[in-house]
Ligand binder design. Structure first.
Ligand SMILES: NC(=O)c1ccc[n+]([C@@H]2O[C@H](COP(=O)([O-])OP(=O)(O)OC[C@H]3O[C@@H](n4cnc5c(N)ncnc54)[C@H](OP(=O)(O)O)[C@@H]3O)[C@@H](O)[C@H]2O)c1
Length: 446
């Protein structure tokens, strides 16, 4: 009898301890919830959100539509998408909410979607790669890739590249300028190249101005009269990858980059989410650009004057005057870039973990695991609106202006796993992904 009483009392204490621990956890989660407090309007801005017919994506779309943005819901089920558009329009009064079809498990569908966007939209300020799936079966897509990896990583990877790509030779040269040693000859060559194309007076003036400062800024690119990638043309613009804390569980490393190694069920979702962060970080590096300038090649005002002679041979409507700024002191490019709070292209890329959110992402779970999860969700999960806060913060807030290559949770910059910070791994993943999505020369953006 005494033993039973002792056991009951011990069990009671144990249960009480668990209840207190769960309560503390609940309080902790409540207190940590990040909220986007920015009231910034987004009138005139265009946003694409993948997987926006439900869950976190739909709440993000609703919030950004309320801020006045033109919101494009990029989804695979058009019935659900049209329904979501109607709902958002009726709640916000913003009629600029439209749906477009994309199935991230098909590379062709991603290419079709990008083509529609590139031909119908004049700008793109924010791209939210939100769509994602977990627990898909171990099958390959028509592209020969593992389906979960394709939906969560390869599809978004291709999409980002297609919306950044620069098709025009002139702009390509300008971008190359950022990669090569700048010499007087190169400047002259560039000017000749420009003379071959339709060039506005403003662009040339801008070029002169920029050369004098040894850097290329987003204004130059924005002004370029050609088919510069939508995201770059609309800079400052933002790319957001919705990833997961589960990325920390991925075992993807430098020795396991072959597609078959990604097909381990356990590792699959977490690996695809690790890939999202690696891509965001690599994008941030690529979009920052670099200017290599030998000290002997600094341009002086007289170098510019030589170039000006060539420019003066242009047609009347291309003749321009040089701004006084050109003759001001020459600044070391490296100094300029190091002091620059932003990057050369003005496009930033960040990733976010939304938290544990009650959405349809768990729809494929079955049996005991599903029952257990439903209970946990009831007590601990965020609502989709709460789960969308960090994405909204990254899309709209002035606080993250110019910030790139960072990972955010609850509207705060947070550390990722060490593996997610591995630069060599990110580069290797990028190169491998380019091959696996069969990117053609003109689909490569940098
Ligand atoms: N919920 C969480 O606790 C949690 C935690 C960490 C990270 N995340 C991430 O948050 C993001 C949003 O997920 P969620 O929780 O809002 O889940 P959700 O409610 O299931 O929404 C996922 C969205 O992705 C779309 N999608 C799935 N497969 C697609 C495909 N092949 N092509 C195009 N779209 C596709 C879905 O479309 P359909 O409706 O047509 O299926 C849906 O719109 C995901 O990237 C997820 O990995 C979620």
């Amino acid at each position: 009898m005494g033993v039973i009483c002792l056991l009951c009392s011990l069990t009671g204490k144990f249960l009480l301890l668990i209840a207190v621990a769960l309560l503390i956890l609940k309080l902790y989660l409540l207190l940590c919830k990040g909220v986007c407090t920015s009231r910034r309007r987004m009138d005139g801005k265009t946003v694409i959100i993948t997987g926006a017919n439900t869950g976190i994506g739909k709440e993000t779309a609703l919030n950004l539509a309320r801020r006045g943005a033109r919101v494009i819901l990029a989804c695979r089920d058009m019935d659900k998408t049209n329904q979501a558009c109607r709902e958002i329009i009726s709640k916000t009064g913003n009629k600029e909410v439209i749906g477009h079809h994309i199935d991230l498990s098909s590379l062709q569908s991603v290419r079709d979607f990008a083509r529609v966007i590139l031909t119908t939209e004049s700008r793109l300020d924010v791209l939210v790669n939100n769509a994602g799936a977990a627990g898909l079966s171990r099958k390959r897509t028509q592209d020969g890739l593992q389906i979960e990896m394709q939906v969560n990583h390869f599809g978004p990877f291709l999409l980002v590249n297609l919306l950044l790509v620069t098709k025009d030779l002139v702009v390509e040269l300008v971008h190359q300028y950022a990669l090569f040693t700048v010499t007087k000859d190169l400047v002259v060559k560039l000017v000749h190249q420009y003379a071959l194309f339709t060039i506005t007076k403003d662009l040339v003036v801008e070029l002169v101005h920029q050369y004098a400062l040894f850097t290329i800024t987003k204004e130059l690119v924005v002004d370029a009269p050609c088919s510069l990638g939508l995201l770059k043309r609309s800079a400052p613009s933002r790319i957001i990858m919705v990833t997961s804390l589960l990325h920390t569980r991925s075992k993807l490393d430098l020795t396991s980059l072959d597609a078959d190694d990604w097909f381990d069920d356990e590792n699959l979702y977490s690996t695809s989410k690790l890939a999202n962060i690696l891509v965001a970080n690599e994008l941030a590096r690529k979009l920052r650009g670099s200017v290599e300038v030998a000290s002997s090649s600094f341009l002086t005002p007289s170098d510019l004057a030589d170039s000006v002679e060539i420019w003066q041979q242009l047609n009347d409507d291309q003749i321009f005057s040089i701004r006084p700024a050109v003759t001001s002191s020459v600044v070391s490019p490296r100094e300029q870039i190091d002091n620059s709070p932003c990057n050369l292209t003005g496009v930033t890329a960040n990733s976010t973990h939304p938290g544990f959110v009650a959405t349809e992402v768990f729809r494929r779970l079955r049996g005991f695991r599903k029952t257990l999860l439903d209970i946990v969700i009831k007590f601990y999960a965020k609502t989709p609106e709460e789960g969308a806060q960090t994405t909204i913060y990254l899309a709209a807030s002035e606080e993250v202006e110019g910030i790139s290559g960072k990972y955010f949770v609850d509207c705060k910059e947070t550390k990722t796993s060490l593996r997610a910070q591995n630069v060599a791994l990110a580069k290797k993943l990028w190169e491998k992904s380019e091959l696996l999505v069969k990117m053609s020369r003109d689909e490569i953006h940098y």
